[in-house]
Design a protein around this ligand. Structure first.
Ligand SMILES: O=C(O)CCC(=O)C(=O)O
Ligand SMILES: [Fe+2]
Length: 255
């Protein structure tokens, strides 16, 4: 996020780093990461990018690492060949899901304290937990948030990359669903939107509208959502809610 901010120097032991040497030459991006999270947060089972080796310095809090030597990942795949997401899940014991889990060795368990650096050799798959409270980091995050104009936008970018959708698009999704039902209920024109709506009928359309209204109301009680919608979307949620409520009450009056 701050590429020119030299916040640390690479320990000599790890300074032969072809991956970042290459990416620094391209000057586009790099493979340096900061992981932060509250107690209980964790990073799912994975191997590092391009099977590179890596090192990780823990600045504060405590981490628990579960590490599997190269090759063990073959026993940690599900029946479709996908790598497990959580190697501690009870699901791993189910032979129908993870047919070869019984052949896997136990992972190497390492507790990493603040100030310690861990080296992860190439091909060692791992899963990592944040054990300690990161109250000092939380304080810093709060301070950044207060000074960063683009905080909300960054959060939306992360939400979209993690979940596939952000607040504005989710609101637009709900608006589309609501509008189809509002038109269906007001015009009674069964062909306008979908065969499905006319097959399901007006009661179902009203039911859907009630559910959309419930979701919108609960989202409106969230200050972050309201702020993001005001700055990043043209949708007026209050207006939409009013339209939904009017449609529902007209429909109820008609029946
Ligand atoms: O600290 C974490 O949560 C994950 C770290 C990690 O996977 C890594 O450094 O390769
Ligand atoms: Fe990793």
């Amino acid at each position: 996020m701050f590429p020119d901010h030299r916040s640390y120097t690479t320990p000599i032991y790890f300074s032969s780093d072809w991956l970042n040497e290459y990416w620094d030459t391209l000057d586009v991006d790099d493979y340096r990461f900061v992981y932060m999270g509250p107690k209980g947060s964790w990073t799912p089972f994975h191997v590092d990018v391009f099977r590179s080796y890596s090192w990780s310095a823990n600045i504060c809090g405590r981490k628990k690492w579960l590490l599997y030597p190269p090759g063990q990942e073959e026993f940690l795949r599900d029946c479709c060949g996908n790598l497990a997401y959580d190697v501690t899940s009870p699901d791993m014991q189910d032979r129908r899901h993870f047919p070869r889990f019984g052949e896997a060795c136990r992972p190497l368990e390492v507790i990493q304290e603040a100030g310690e650096i861990l080296f992860v050799p190439s091909g060692w798959h791992h899963q990592v937990y944040n054990l300690g409270e990161l109250s000092s980091v939380q304080k810093e995050i709060d301070e950044w948030r207060d000074t960063m104009e683009s905080w909300d936008h960054h959060c939306q970018v992360m939400m979209k990359s993690c979940t596939g959708i952000d607040y504005a698009e989710f609101a637009s999704f709900l608006k589309t669903i609501a509008n189809h039902r509002i038109s269906f209920l007001s015009s009674r024109d069964a062909n306008v939107f979908s065969e499905a709506l006319s097959a399901l009928g007006p009661h179902h359309a009203t039911f859907d509208l009630q559910r959309v209204a419930q979701v919108l109301e609960s989202m409106l009680s969230n200050e972050d959502f309201k702020r993001v919608m005001a700055s990043e979307s043209s949708i007026n949620i209050e207006e939409l809610l009013q339209e939904i409520r009017d449609t529902i009450s007209n429909h109820n009056a008609a029946y």
